[in-house]
Design a protein around this ligand. Structure first.
Ligand SMILES: Nc1nc2c(ncn2[C@@H]2O[C@H](COP(=O)(O)OP(=O)(O)OP(=O)(O)O)[C@@H](O)[C@H]2O)c(=O)[nH]1
Ligand SMILES: [Mg+2]
Length: 645
């Protein structure tokens, strides 16, 4: 469990942590000298029965809220410190608002310095504090009057924390490993160490991780979890991770960076979120306001694009797109805090809905509907809503990344969903059954239209057909739909394209007349049809025109191009195949050469060789050295040729 303090400057946070753990977390010389905490302090303690608790002591000074924010991110429990003499002060309220916006639900109030005031004052401050807290997610948390000087009340508070720690269900280790880096230093002998709160997943010595957003691959050499040497660390713990990597140096790593599993390294600068503007804000949050965005331990400047209305009124929440000046590592559900442009005031905060916003169309009704779908809980309902809005299907790997699902979580979610899963196993697309059916229908309809427009041609290549569809269909979904239709024999492959089953390219009228005359010339008893030039002369047709005609009828498989200048009817080829089979059968080893085939067919040496090479291409014969044998029976080969016809 990780506990962070919160509260106004000088209210006794650091002294209370010391009273609880024995550790003085103010270690900077400047902190000692001024008696003011500047940066985060860390202490660890075994409160009871070995439950190890990490304390993060935050500074209360208004100038150091930035550091406070880096400390309270990802914690389990907040210890709100209010001095009984001062009572609630500005940073009491600001820190409380921050805890509320971060969604911290567990905590306690420590009323400190009770040795300095009469009992009535303690009661008064208790009432004031309870009033403030009651308006937040921490409403109803217990209040402990203490004095860190006399130690009065400290044992009671300590007992309470021990009970909470023992009762706190161990944080789920699901999700990919993500640690929000708050410090980086070098240790002699060990090298670079980064520390921070583990947001999700777990890490073990030897793991390969990525420093994000830099994208630097690193390896884990050693781990301290909650300040103790360990083989592994997990969500809900503070970890110090000793990392190595080529090109890695201390100067490259800063507070706000992340140490993550390589699978969730996906820096982004456009984030959709729902943010609430604090009721204390004097003015609405207008479109394109410059802000500081605190996410994890980072502080990044950017702009707020307000998506629904012109502005978000104080005390209300709305959908926004955050346009960041620098990339950040984030996933759905990450909490964030907004501070004003000059970083003096906390103005609001909320949670990430989509870490990968589109560049265009961020305010369209369609996009807003998608954002509302992406907000839904639990994940199964959310997925169903997203599928419902995604006619083109949902890239599931991207979703797993955005939602920080590990493989087991993702698989369980996909399996439980009512969707058709298509595409490569490592990059699947999910599509709702209704859209799947609609896409199948659209493909069949488009193919029908294609045939209607080009009755003389075979069907288009899959990719070409995809582009004619009225709605966007991704190549993966298209391939899957075509495969499905092929399986059901609704379409057939036709050379490089697909056609509706039963589609027979019809000759255009002009071609049909020419075909009459050409086929008469090709249909020869001696199995040696004239060359194309001879046909052109014979019929008195322009050679180029005839060549184009042959290209068309070849596509329709009415003739076969055996050589550049010679075309055959299927029937003639079938007879020649029969000759080849007879020659092979007569040969003792089944092998025959071109000469034997020429003699048996009587078509002459050159044409015999051209025909044999064409047969090789069909798979009817196979050449071995100077001879050939029958590779597949002619009946089988021609059955296939006909099927496509
Ligand atoms: N009498 C009395 N003095 C206290 C008590 N707790 C803290 N103090 C004193 O109050 C002053 C501030 O205490 P810190 O613990 O440094 O306060 P802090 O909240 O950590 O202050 P920042 O970190 O700067 O926000 C110190 O001089 C403490 O000795 C207490 O319970 N009783
Ligand atoms: Mg302090």
């Amino acid at each position: 469990m990780i506990i962070a303090t919160a509260g106004h400057i000088d209210h006794g946070k650091t002294l209370l942590v010391k009273a609880l753990t024995g550790v003085d977390t103010d270690r900077l010389p400047e902190e000692k000298q001024r008696g003011v905490s500047i940066d985060l302090g860390f202490a660890y303690d075994n409160l009871a029965d070995g439950t190890r608790v990490g304390f993060i002591d935050v500074p209360g000074h208004e100038r150091f809220v930035r550091n406070m924010l880096a400390g309270v991110t990802g914690i389990d429990f907040a210890l709100l410190v209010v001095a009984a003499d001062d009572g609630p002060m500005p940073q009491t309220e600001e820190h409380l608002a921050i805890l509320d916006l971060l969604g911290v639900k567990a905590g306690a109030v420590a009323l400190t310095k009770i040795d300095r005031v009469p009992a009535e004052r303690v009661d008064e401050v208790r009432r004031q504090t309870e009033g403030l807290v009651s308006a937040t997610g921490l409403a109803g948390i217990p209040v402990f009057p203490v004095s860190a000087m006399t130690r009065e009340g400290v044992p009671t508070l300590r007992e309470h924390l021990a009970e909470v720690a023992a009762a706190l269900a161990e944080r789920s280790r699901a999700g990919q490993f993500r640690l929000a880096i708050d410090r980086c230093f070098t240790l002699t002998g060990a090298g670079i160490v980064v520390t921070g709160t583990v947001f999700s997943g777990s890490v073990a010595v030897g793991d390969r991780l990525t420093l994000s957003p830099q994208g630097l691959p690193v390896r884990v050499r050693a781990i301290h979890a909650q300040n103790q040497q360990a083989q592994a660390g997990a969500a809900g713990e503070r970890c110090a991770v000793n990392i190595t990597g080529s090109g890695l140096s201390k100067e490259l790593v800063h507070r706000g960076d992340w140490l993550v599993a390589p699978a969730v390294h996906a820096p982004t600068r456009l984030i959709d979120a729902r943010v609430r503007l604090l009721a204390s804000e004097g003015r609405p949050l207008r479109h394109w306001s410059p802000v500081h965005v605190h996410l994890g331990a980072s502080d990044i400047t950017g702009r707020v694009a307000v998506l629904e209305e012109a502005a978000i009124a104080p005390g209300t929440a709305g959908l926004v797109q955050l346009v960041l000046d620098r990339p950040v590592n984030t996933v759905r559900g990450d909490r964030l805090i907004l501070r004003d442009q000059s970083a003096q005031r906390t103005i609001g905060g909320g949670a990430v809905i989509d870490p990968f916003s589109p560049r265009k169309g961020r305010r369209t009704q369609k996009r807003l509907a998608m954002l509302r779908a992406l907000e839904r809980e639990p994940a199964a309902d959310r997925l169903a809503s997203v599928l419902d809005l995604s006619a083109a299907g949902v890239p599931l790997s991207r979703l797993a990344l955005a939602w920080n699902l590990d493989n087991a979580q993702a698989e369980a979610l996909w399996r439980g969903a009512d969707m058709v899963r298509v595409g490569k196993p490592d990059d699947p697309t999910g599509i709702a059954p209704g859209y799947w059916q609609a896409t199948r229908d659209a493909v069949l309809a488009a193919l029908g239209r294609w045939h209607d427009l080009r009755p003389d041609q075979p069907g288009p290549a899959e990719e070409r057909l995809r582009r004619t569809l009225p709605e966007r269909v991704t190549p993966d979904v298209m391939s899957a739909v075509v495969l499905d239709l092929l399986r059901e024999k609704k379409v057939v492959r036709d050379g490089a394209g697909v056609s509706l089953t039963g589609h027979r390219p019809a000759l255009l009228a002009a071609d049909a007349a020419l075909w009459e005359r050409v086929s008469a010339l090709l249909d020869v008893d001696d199995m040696r049809p004239p060359r194309i030039r001879e046909i052109a002369e014979e019929l008195d047709v322009d050679l180029r025109t005839l060549e184009q005609f042959f290209a068309r009828v070849t596509r329709m498989r009415m003739v076969h191009r055996v050589a550049d200048n010679r075309y055959y009817l299927t029937e003639t080829l079938r007879r020649l195949a029969h000759v080849a089979e007879t020659v092979a059968r007569k040969s003792p080893d089944g092998m025959f050469d071109a000469r034997a085939f020429r003699d048996a067919s009587g078509i002459g040496r050159n044409v015999a060789i051209q025909v044999l090479e064409f047969f090789d291409g069909l798979g009817l014969t196979r050449r071995e050295g100077d001879a050939r044998r029958i590779h597949r029976p002619a009946a089988e080969v021609f059955a296939l040729v006909e099927k496509v016809e």
